[in-house]
Write a protein that binds this ligand. Structure first.
Ligand SMILES: NC(=O)c1ccc[n+]([C@@H]2O[C@H](COP(=O)([O-])OP(=O)(O)OC[C@H]3O[C@@H](n4cnc5c(N)ncnc54)[C@H](O)[C@@H]3O)[C@@H](O)[C@H]2O)c1
Ligand SMILES: [Zn+2]
Length: 351
């Protein structure tokens, strides 16, 4: 069994799926609940052999990551007699993990929860780091808290049913982790032409190790943890606008790829990232992700959205930039003119 230990919990890899049964039995919980969405109820729950657990299924998708859904789940918990000695297993992607953790942390001032991430994105990113949240009034993750699970249980078997687009979505965060903190990992993955033909368990392990190391040193994002936001300052704005404007909106990771290309450009033009490294980053990301018509989003909307980001300070737009591949720094101020240049660079790149 491989594992990574954080301050309050352990991330377990590559164990038999029965591991959870033993873990739960040892803890002696008063009742066990599993939160699933329509997909993971069908595709993932049968892999976990927990017949005594009470299932709570919610509709899948980001649009249900809100207070209405929480209220329904809290009602269900209450009806089924959940108490402070209960356990909630969050079986799903980042939506289930973020919202399930939030639900468990607020109910009766908090009871234990376990994250069982079933998307690549949630395995390499969302399930580790203690950030829990729901969306509110069109703002993503506006209402939430930091709280750790008692366990994160990661198994690659869940990924077998993941659609290609969701798989690539998770890879965006893998590329990000390599770019900000691990040049060796970047060198390992940059030549891959088929992202399915890798030992994904090993890649996930390396990514959780990177994220764990970063959050361990700065759990509440006062400094270094901000490097995890590389690609997200511009990416989040593009994601939100795509959600508003597009019939088939960009997934989070797809928007982050756009953000990474733009922010890598700024890292070169206004920082120390070497031109060869910028070219390499663009070439690798272009190989796996198609271009997005960024020119159809009103530039002023992108800029205004970035100014509203909760990670800013006193109205300035702050971003993480790459010093070089594998090394990042944070709190770089971005001006409107620079964003314009970055958007122009992206559009030229995919012309
Ligand atoms: N807490 C954090 O630090 C953090 C970090 C990154 C992202 N997030 C959050 O994570 C969410 C995105 O997570 P996501 O990309 O996992 O989205 P998601 O949870 O919506 O899952 C994506 C889709 O995949 C389906 N799915 C899940 N597991 C599956 C499986 N094994 N096989 C087939 N289909 C499966 C889901 O039903 C859903 O339709 C966002 O809400 C984002 O804000 C949180
Ligand atoms: Zn992200």
């Amino acid at each position: 069994m491989k594992n990574i230990t954080l301050d309050n919990y352990v991330v377990i890899f590559e164990d038999k799926l029965d591991f959870l049964i033993e873990f739960i039995a040892e803890k002696g919980y008063s009742s066990v609940f599993i939160l699933t969405d329509t997909q993971t109820e069908q595709l993932c729950k049968p892999l976990l052999n927990l017949p005594d657990a009470i299932s709570i299924e919610i509709p899948e998708g980001e649009t249900f990551k809100n207070l209405d859904t929480c209220q329904e789940v809290w009602e269900m918990l209450l009806k089924c007699g959940a108490d402070r000695k209960s356990l909630l297993i969050n079986l799903g992607g980042g939506v289930i993990g973020d919202m399930g953790g939030f639900i468990a942390s607020c109910y009766m001032r908090g009871f234990d929860f376990i994250q069982v991430p079933t998307t690549l994105l949630s395995q390499v990113d969302a399930s580790v780091g203690g950030k829990l949240a729901i969306d509110f009034k069109y703002a993503k993750n506006l209402i939430g808290l930091f709280k750790d699970p008692v366990l994160v249980f990661i198994h690659d078997k869940f990924l077998q049913t993941l659609p290609e687009q969701q798989y690539l979505n998770g890879w965006a965060e893998i590329f990000k982790h390599a770019l900000i903190a691990d040049k060796q990992l970047w060198n390992e993955i940059k030549h891959l032409s088929n992202l399915r033909q890798v030992n994904i368990q090993d890649i996930v392990f390396k990514n959780v190790a990177i994220k764990s190391e970063v959050v361990r040193t700065d759990p509440f994002e006062s400094g270094r943890r901000k490097i995890l936001n590389f690609g997200h300052t511009i990416g989040h704005a593009v994601e939100a606008l795509s959600l508003k404007n597009d019939e088939h909106p960009l997934l989070h990771g797809e928007a982050v790829v756009i953000g990474m290309i733009c922010e890598a450009f700024l890292s070169h033009k206004y920082g120390t990232l070497h031109e060869d490294e910028l070219e390499e980053i663009v070439q690798v990301l272009r190989q796996h992700y198609s271009g997005y018509p960024l020119n159809k989003l009103p530039f002023s909307d992108i800029w205004n959205f970035m100014r509203m980001d909760k990670k800013n300070n006193k109205g300035t737009v702050l971003a993480c930039l790459l010093d070089s591949i594998g090394k990042a720094s944070w709190d770089h101020e971005i001006a409107e003119e620079q964003l314009k240049e970055a958007v122009h660079f992206y559009i030229q790149t995919f012309r």
